[in-house]
Design a protein around this ligand. Structure first.
Ligand SMILES: Nc1nc2c(ncn2[C@@H]2O[C@H](COP(=O)(O)OP(=O)(O)O)[C@@H](O)[C@H]2O)c(=O)[nH]1
Ligand SMILES: [Mg+2]
Length: 238
């Protein structure tokens, strides 16, 4: 099993200088940084440290995700926020659990007393509401639907036909379709410290709308309905 750590950056120079040296190279097989046109020297600093940096061609965080997935040699992708929100020491824990055979391992901000220092009232409520909806609609018992910090088998993006949209749907489809398909999903507790410098790029209501949309559309969307009985019994043509 090969592992690829996905590091998305957009104007995160203060944070990457502190966080990246805390990531031990032996924890994963490959680190791919995807930089979204930073103007503060983030990409140049990462390159000077010897990291592989893809200059993003597509739009948004999800575009960066796909560029990493397509460039990755790993069988497992781990999404990691280098802005201070993700604790580096959780990386080997995720890798360990993926090796044990899980399909998706989530670094949950809400499990067993883990805390988020990045949440405000709105994001705390939204995360609780969306996670509860996912569990009720798709019979899960996950504790953090939306966190980016998770490992997953790379092939799931193809097996589950995840959305190529630049809107933030792919990660939520991964989780919901994972629940619907009965995949082995595990959440392990991980605090979310406050971000270091920079500004949050995630737009709360824009993202929230797409999370809600995926939660609802997935009631019908995947897997596709079985073909009608007449088609199912038809013999294959020779
Ligand atoms: N490459 C790339 N990275 C991005 C983009 N938007 C956000 N990021 C990075 O993704 C990570 C998470 O973004 P952030 O706005 O902090 O979201 P939050 O932590 O979920 O509130 C940060 O490291 C950002 O710099 C983008 O359009 N392209
Ligand atoms: Mg963040």
């Amino acid at each position: 099993m090969r592992t690829t750590l996905f590091i998305p950056t957009k104007n995160e120079i203060d944070a990457v200088k502190i966080i990246m040296p805390q990531i031990r190279p032996e924890w994963v097989d490959e680190i791919i940084c995807v930089d979204g046109h930073s103007r503060d020297g983030t990409a140049e600093w990462l390159e000077a440290q010897g990291y592989r940096v893809l200059r993003q061609k597509s739009d948004g965080l999800i575009g960066a995700y796909w560029e990493c997935i397509e460039a990755a040699s790993g069988d497992v992708i781990i999404g990691f926020s280098p802005d201070g929100n993700s604790i580096p020491e959780t990386i080997p824990k995720i890798v360990q659990k993926m090796r044990e055979g899980y399909d998706i391992v989530i670094a949950s901000r809400y499990k067993d007393g883990a805390r988020s220092a990045d949440d405000d009232m709105v994001t705390a409520f939204g995360n609780w509401m969306f996670t509860t909806m996912a569990n009720l609609l798709y019979r899960g018992n996950i504790t953090d639907l939306c966190v980016m910090y998770r490992g997953f088998r790379k092939n799931l993006v193809y097996e589950l036909s995840l959305s190529r949209s630049r809107h933030p749907m792919m990660e939520i489809e991964l989780m919901v379709r994972g629940l619907k398909s009965g995949l082995r999903m595990l959440d392990i507790p991980a605090d979310e410290p406050a971000r270091i410098g920079g500004v949050r790029k995630m737009r709360i209501f824009y993202n929230g709308w797409f999370v809600l949309w995926v939660l609802l559309k997935e009631v019908y969307a995947f897997p596709r309905r079985k073909p009608p009985a007449s088609e199912r019994t038809r013999r294959p043509e020779r």
